[in-house]
Write a protein that binds this ligand. Structure first.
Ligand SMILES: O=C(O)CCC(=O)C(=O)O
Ligand SMILES: [Fe+2]
Length: 343
């Protein structure tokens, strides 16, 4: 790698590239929350590469939970040759024939190098493609510290604010949900830059949403957010909220394995203006459904009834499956005038 290229401690560049996933593409920002090894190589058919790949992808350390492996092939022919096979959940390959990933990582055409990326998507190590280099990386990955022990020392960059909505208002919002129609909640994807499309994938997100159209309820919810959340965002994050959107009541139901997989809230054009997510729990008689921040650690957070968790929309987050009952929540996003201008 050249002098101007990346070094340990630098943020690992995010990219979306063709990949051996069922969707045929993968956004690397979704890989956060575990160690990821990128192995750049010129061609799977090149001398010695097959053996290297076999040694790497055969290692049980790449279990998809603590570690993932991504080959990055520079050879457009590798797609047809069948030499690159995904072995989910731990092993996938980027088809980087156009050099997009290699370019962002400063890897020269045809370069062979290993780049280890940590769970926060920062460069952890760069190693040569030699038996020693590979041995060091694998040895490091086999001796990762216990994730929970690390979590105890890492503060989650989120606010937990109890008492945002009174219990009687929470009950009214839940009643409203049941009195109205609700829809299966979609996620936004962007196959082409600038064209965000809603799609449903209940394995990834299983939730029903009901838009709040009752002006009195909307006003009450808005006022609680303005009076009780906006000042805290200003105090803790130095951000002046002036806009609010997505006034809904959402329901994650254990009977439908209610959950939401790891995602960020502002990664497509239609959502780029969002700044902070507000997650207000309307009830507490359910199990599961905890909010986690996989980049930071495995801890799960559940706000008390009427309480809110507030976090930056660009932090990876997930909602664990609800295992008993239903979790009801109001989930507005907030932003400001410059953000609104982008929307
Ligand atoms: O249910 C939650 O607390 C979070 C929901 C969420 O992440 C979203 O709607 O984008
Ligand atoms: Fe979200």
């Amino acid at each position: 790698m050249n002098r101007r290229s990346l070094a340990p401690g630098d943020p690992a560049p995010w990219f979306t590239q063709r990949c051996t996933t069922p969707a045929g593409r993968y956004s690397f920002d979704m890989a956060a929350g575990r160690y990821n090894l990128l192995y750049f190589f010129p061609s799977a058919a090149g001398p010695g590469i097959g053996e290297r790949l076999e040694r790497l992808v055969g290692d049980p350390v790449f279990d998809g939970v603590r570690c993932q492996f991504f080959g990055v092939s520079a050879d457009p022919g590798d797609e047809r040759s069948g030499l690159l096979r995904a072995q989910p959940p731990g092993v996938r390959h980027f088809l980087d024939g156009d050099g997009l990933v290699a370019g962002q990582y400063g890897v020269p055409a045809g370069g062979r190098v290993l780049v280890l990326v940590d769970p926060m998507l920062r460069i952890a190590a760069i190693a040569d493609d030699t038996p020693d280099g590979i041995g060091q990386v694998l040895s490091f990955l086999r001796h990762l510290p216990d994730a929970l022990a690390v979590q105890r020392q890492v503060p989650t960059p989120a606010l937990m604010l109890p008492g945002v909505l009174e219990p009687v208002l929470c009950a009214r919002l839940i009643d409203y949900f049941h009195a109205q129609d609700s829809v299966q909640s979609a996620i936004f994807t962007e196959r082409e830059q600038g064209r965000s499309l809603p799609v449903t994938d209940i394995g990834f997100k299983s939730r029903r949403d009901c838009t709040l159209r009752d002006p009195a309820l909307v006003a009450q919810l808005q006022h609680r957010v303005i009076d009780r959340i906006v000042p805290e965002i200003s105090k803790y994050f130095q951000f002046q909220v002036t806009r609010m959107e997505r006034m809904i009541v959402a329901c994650y139901d254990a009977a439908e394995r209610g959950c939401f997989g790891p995602h960020r809230d502002n990664t497509v054009t239609a959502t780029a203006h969002r700044r902070f997510a507000v997650s207000i729990n309307l009830n507490d008689d359910f199990d599961g459904g905890g909010l986690s921040f996989p980049e930071i650690g495995p801890m799960r957070y559940s706000a008390p009834l009427g309480g809110a968790v507030v976090f930056s929309c660009s932090v990876l987050h997930a909602v664990a499956p609800v295992t008993r009952g239903r979790r009801y929540a109001c989930l507005p996003f907030v932003h400001d005038a410059p953000g609104a201008a982008k929307a």
